[in-house]
Write a protein that binds this ligand. Structure first.
Ligand SMILES: C[S@@+](CC[C@H](N)C(=O)[O-])C[C@H]1O[C@@H](n2cnc3c(N)ncnc32)[C@H](O)[C@@H]1O
Length: 250
């Protein structure tokens, strides 16, 4: 496996021969990389390197995230940490490795919170790696988070670069229990989006996201120098005061 988590798969001898026979001087086909799942050693190594990089060069992002989350909490306890749509982390250059390193580091500050991970794309090896670290790996695909029984408590949601439709599902999932308003999200930067943009961005509408964002405080993450694309266009989004969100959600 290459460093970036991809394995180069070259054309077979038969294909190469066929290409030559078809015509000399024909266009050469670029080798086609195809992804191969990392094994336990590769997951371990990818996460070791992602953690090392976060530790060595990610101090600013880590400190920023802790400080801003602290403001978002307003002294309230954290009941849950959700990591949703993280993507694979079995190669050190996968954004998921950097994102997971940040999420797990932040979660360490809340040892009494339950820790949940959901991404149907993750492999059995990745799921085992998580379970060995007290993470509840959710097998479902719904965006209904576990209910919060403490009415003062907050949930932190790592939801980086996820599709708008999933965001809408997440934010419309538990209006009745009030957990939506008490979610602090690290997600796409929706700052500056107009009502029309929310209206047009997915086939239907995004009433829950539009309502949540309209009243939210939005602070964009600083650049993560070791791996800028892992956190580009990402922001911390939360309600700065106690609110009752009113969107009509079907
Ligand atoms: C655009 S990718 C983002 C991956 C990664 N966070 C990144 O920045 O590259 C969206 C991710 O959402 C995951 N996903 C799709 N449906 C999901 C669901 N129902 N629950 C959780 N994750 C889901 C996909 O498997 C994929 O890893």
């Amino acid at each position: 496996m290459e460093d970036d988590g991809f394995t180069r798969v070259w054309r077979s001898k038969k294909q190469r021969t066929a290409g030559t026979a078809a015509g000399k001087g024909g266009r050469k086909t670029a080798p086609c990389p195809s992804r191969v799942d990392g094994d336990a050693t590769e997951v371990e190594e990818a996460m070791r390197r992602a953690n090392e990089r976060m530790e060595k060069d990610g101090g600013e992002l880590l400190a920023w995230t802790r400080r801003e989350m602290d403001k978002a909490l307003r002294g309230r306890p954290v009941a849950q940490v959700l990591i949703l749509g993280n993507g694979n982390f079995d190669g050190a250059l996968e954004p998921g490795a950097a994102q997971l390193a940040l999420a797990l580091r932040v979660a360490e500050s809340f040892p009494s919170a339950s820790l949940h991970f959901q991404d149907p794309q993750c492999t059995a090896v990745e799921c085992d790696w998580l379970r060995a670290r007290r993470v509840d790996v959710r097998s479902g695909q719904d965006m209904q988070p576990p209910q919060m029984h403490n009415e003062d408590a907050v949930r932190l949601v790592f939801f980086i670069h996820n599709p708008h439709g999933l965001m809408e599902e997440l934010l419309s999932s538990d209006w009745e229990s009030g957990g939506t308003a008490r979610s602090v999200l690290l997600c796409n930067d929706y700052g500056g989006w107009t009502a029309d943009e929310f209206e047009q961005s997915i086939d239907g509408r995004m009433p829950a996201t539009c309502e949540f964002v309209r009243q939210a405080k939005i602070v964009r993450l600083p650049t993560y120098e070791p791996f800028p694309s892992a956190f580009h266009h990402t922001a911390l989004i939360y309600q700065p005061e106690d609110v009752q969100l009113q969107a009509a959600v079907n």
